[in-house]
Design a binder for this molecule. Structure first.
Ligand SMILES: [Zn+2]
Length: 185
């Protein structure tokens, strides 16, 4: 069942009662921060609350696992846009315990794809076109290593200005407790 009808009818109400007013802010992050974190549902409200952030305080970039895999992919581009165009000057990479990207098995995902109707021939064609699905679908074994690696990619990026602080943290998805992994100086 699609949720679209429910969402649209709720939305009419939301706008007409001006429920949006309490969220009024600008596109610039008031606390001049960018956060890169995971799309995990447990973090939707918990992460900003546990970091004392309200609407408008921070730019939040979410990916599965909060991972940066490529220095010139869309995640890093978002970080750079936040820094250069939106006045952010501090970056927080926040991984979390018990992440769905831990121990992800790319071979198994590909199997699920074919079970749900993606033809084997499509997988083969992609392989021959130079798409390394096994690498692309890879998660991580250890959240700490993953955070350290993402921090390192951002910190050492040739296009990042020198005065930007980049920190690495791990959040507990139940309690919101933050553990500092790497503090930018
Ligand atoms: Zn996660």
């Amino acid at each position: 069942m699609s949720k679209i009808d429910d969402i649209l009818s709720y939305n009419e109400q939301f706008v007409s009662t001006k429920a949006y007013e309490q969220y009024a802010t600008s596109k610039f992050p008031d606390k001049r921060m960018v956060i890169l974190t995971c799309m995990d549902t447990r973090l939707t409200e918990l992460l900003p609350k546990s970091m004392n952030l309200k609407n408008g305080d921070a730019k939040v970039i979410k990916t599965a696992g909060g991972i940066i895999t490529q220095p010139f992919g869309s995640v890093m581009r978002s970080v750079l846009v936040a820094v250069y165009e939106l006045q952010a000057d501090e970056v927080f990479v926040v991984g979390h315990h018990n992440c769905g990207m831990t121990g992800l098995n790319p071979q198994e995902i590909i199997q699920h794809m074919t079970e749900r109707g993606v033809p084997e021939s499509t997988i083969e064609t992609l392989k021959h076109s130079g798409v390394n699905l096994l690498r692309w679908l890879r998660g991580f074994d250890n959240v700490r290593d993953s955070v350290v690696n993402s921090v390192s990619i951002i910190r050492n990026h040739p296009l990042l200005p020198a005065n930007i602080l980049v920190h690495g943290l791990i959040i507990d998805p139940d309690t919101g407790e933050l553990e500092l992994v790497d503090k930018g100086e």
